[in-house]
Design a protein around this ligand. Structure first.
Ligand code: SF4
Length: 210
């Protein structure tokens, strides 16, 4: 039975797990590249992994945790997606196509505690933070949808449901994976955090070196 989302593990945590099942540490990078570079959400498609390891992964982890519940495409090509999480919560993701860029607005929380008066999400109140894996999976599933028109996400905006800086660690870790040259390889200028103004967290983000 799958017990946890592998996308939530750091490279180091994945290496530690690999050691416990008798596998080499370099497999960590291979697995992460399948997921975060090649956008693969199925262990069976990770062809350079031994069959035994693929079976071990399937026993221990899930890699796809959300279902695409709804997709609406408007006349200008903007795509509004609703995902259902493993615990049956709904989150929104929006893909905005332009000639030279493909932007995605990702959610970072289910609901939101900030209470902005103009906002529909505010009426839900705060339910929970999205995990690192759930934030990244919005982008991976979007990239897989875009394959049929031969496009990929070029810009990520943290501006869906939730206040990104109230889910600080997961948003920061997401940025690191997106920026990693061996994974998503998106430059810093391609990542935008839209905040309602959580000033201590803005300052903390500025002070982080990586
Ligand atoms: S921070 Fe964003 S999601 Fe939260 S209530 Fe304000 S506008 Fe809505």
């Amino acid at each position: 039975m799958a017990i946890s989302d592998i996308k939530n593990l750091s490279a180091q945590e994945l290496q530690t797990w690999l050691a416990t099942v008798g596998q080499k540490s370099y497999r960590s990078e291979q697995i992460r590249q399948w997921i975060f570079k090649h956008q693969v959400l199925n262990f069976d498609e990770m062809e350079n992994l031994p069959l035994e390891l693929r079976e071990q992964l399937k026993e221990q982890f899930s890699v796809k945790t959300m279902d695409l519940h709804q997709k609406q495409v408007s006349s200008d090509g903007t795509m509004k997606l609703a995902f259902r999480t493993a615990d049956k919560k709904f989150i929104e993701t929006v893909i905005i196509p332009k000639e030279n860029r493909m932007s995605i607005c990702v959610s970072t929380q289910v609901g939101c505690a900030m209470g902005c008066t103009f906002c529909r999400t505010a009426k839900m109140g705060f339910i929970r933070n999205l995990s690192l894996g759930e934030i990244l999976e919005q982008i991976i599933q979007a990239n897989n949808l875009l394959k049929e028109i031969n496009r990929t996400i070029t810009n990520v905006i943290f501006m869906g449901m939730g206040e990104p800086l109230q889910n600080f660690e997961n948003v920061h870790q997401t940025c690191k994976v997106l920026h990693d040259q061996s994974l998503f390889n998106l430059g810093r200028k391609k990542l935008t955090i839209s905040t309602s103004g959580v000033i201590p967290k803005i300052l903390e983000l500025k002070d982080r070196q990586t």
